[in-house]
Design a protein around this ligand. Structure first.
Ligand code: PNS
Length: 163
């Protein structure tokens, strides 16, 4: 069985993340969407809220037969190994992502060279999209429609408007 882990902060999960997840779900028997539990990053949404939003997306997108949410607080490779994953899944949008991803990949290879990272190119129409952009737009009252999955839009908008 081919198992992949799609890790990230997902603060919040965007339409771009959903694109990557859909592609991964076609190639892997099981995909774990793993939310980084790291208070040091000062997330807007708690881990529980992010997991709940991801569960809602998985259900709404009809991906529940092979996609699952999870959380991890230590090394990514240890989490991947604990769910018997052979691959880590990441998305790439723009050239600057490459440098960041290159470093993460090098560290993970050093730690556990049996796990391979694969990358999905973002839809060009989402190349500008990031969780940080969503937060900034929402905080200043801009529309986040089309940037986050519709099932979570209201919750995200309300939270950001209060910030
Ligand atoms: O969505 P992000 O914030 O770009 O995801 C980064 C993430 C979660 C993949 C990375 O920070 C991570 O794997 N953190 C866990 C700690 C770890 O394993 N570090 C070694 C690789 S940098």
């Amino acid at each position: 069985m081919r198992i992949g882990v799609y890790p990230g902060s997902f603060d919040p999960f965007t339409i771009g993340h959903l694109d990557v997840l859909k592609s991964a779900a076609e190639l892997f028997d099981k995909v774990y969407v793993a939310v980084l539990n790291n208070a040091g990053k000062s997330p807007v949404f708690s881990v529980e809220e992010r997991v709940k939003m991801i569960d809602r997306v998985i259900e709404t997108a009809g991906l529940e037969s092979n996609c699952f949410s999870g959380t991890f607080g230590g090394l990514l490779v240890d989490y991947a190994s604990s769910v018997s994953a052979s691959h880590i899944i990441r998305g790439l949008r723009v050239v600057t992502d490459f440098e960041y991803e290159f470093q993460i990949d090098a560290v993970n290879r050093h730690l556990m060279d049996t796990i391979t990272t694969v990358y999905f190119m973002a839809n060009p129409s989402h190349s500008f999209l990031s969780s940080s952009n969503v937060k900034e737009i929402g905080r200043y009252g801009g529309s986040i429609e089309g940037l986050v999955p519709p099932c979570n839009e209201h919750f995200i908008r309300e939270r950001l408007a209060r910030q």
